[in-house]
Write a protein that binds this ligand. Structure first.
Ligand code: HPA
Length: 274
């Protein structure tokens, strides 16, 4: 059945998730970006696995490095929902589809959203494999989940405050797990192709430290529904023009696999402290 109201669709998906997992309320959602998929194994005690595409409104992931799995795990007292992939604008999905996973998770009870991604690094001090806490973002997608019909009655209005889009409390908590974690500004693009060196120089001038093709729209949608957000990028390559090498998706994935154990420890440490 087609659903024109994306919030109603998120409610239907949350109900299906509760029914399929047997978990009525999840506390935290973790979205795994390109190359992070292996971090799903070993995060807490598995309660249930659900094919994401079986839930209303979820498309099958088409991007290599993403897994089509919504996993419910228990970490101590915390019920965590691990989404093993996400939808992107560059796959041709509308914004509401891109943010549907996060909206569903928040409607399913998650007051915290941990959003991870693979990113090109603009800071020459950061080696490939460096995790970076996102301090703020530049939404350069030209899109927003708050464009469209006004949110229905009972939802916050569209004009979401993004002054502290990335919770300082959660950023501090991530640094308790790993005090060496740097922070940076993530520039989120529509993507589909990697950037040109001239674009990367422009983004550096705009204040970007990281560049990628996801996350920013999900953050806005999560904040709109009142969830607290932690964003973590894994630097998988120097951004275009900052090294002699070309940017290659296979290298992005390989960097994710190589960093897997460190990312798993970081995510587990965050979940334990929530
Ligand atoms: N640019 C955009 N997205 C990315 C990159 C990059 O260099 N690396 C991983 N995701």
């Amino acid at each position: 059945m087609a659903e024109s109201d994306p919030f109603a669709l998120a409610h239907r998906a949350a109900a299906a998730l509760a029914q399929r997992t047997g978990v009525g309320c999840h506390d935290v959602v973790v979205v795994l970006g390109s190359g992070w998929a292996d971090a799903a194994d070993g995060l807490g005690e598995v309660v249930a696995d659900v094919e994401m595409a079986d839930l209303p409104g979820f498309p099958a992931p088409t991007v290599e490095g993403h897994r089509n799995l919504a996993r419910s795990v228990r970490v101590g007292e915390t019920a965590a929902l691990i989404l093993g992939g996400r939808a992107h604008l560059y796959e041709g999905h509308p914004v509401d589809t891109v943010v549907h996973g996060v909206r569903t998770a928040v409607v399913a009870g998650c007051r915290t959203a941990v959003l991870t991604n693979a990113a090109g690094g603009l800071n020459p001090d950061w080696p490939v494999g460096q995790p970076v806490v996102i301090a703020d973002h530049l939404n350069l997608t030209g899109a927003s989940p708050m464009v469209g019909p006004a949110p229905p009655d009972g939802q916050a209005t569209r004009f979401v405050d993004l002054t502290e889009a990335y919770s300082s409390r959660l950023r501090d908590l991530a640094r308790q797990v790993d005090p060496t974690l740097p922070e940076g500004v993530y520039a989120g693009l529509m993507g589909g192709a990697f950037e040109t060196p001239a674009e990367i120089r422009m983004f550096a001038g705009l204040g970007a430290d990281l560049v990628g093709m996801s996350t920013v729209l999900e953050v806005i949608a999560a904040r709109h529904l009142g969830a607290e957000v932690l964003g973590i990028s894994l630097v998988t390559n120097p951004a275009a023009g900052l090294s002699d090498a070309e940017v290659d998706h296979q290298d992005v994935l390989a960097a994710g696999v190589a960093a897997g154990p460190r990312m798993l420890d970081l995510l587990a440490g965050v979940l334990e402290r929530l």
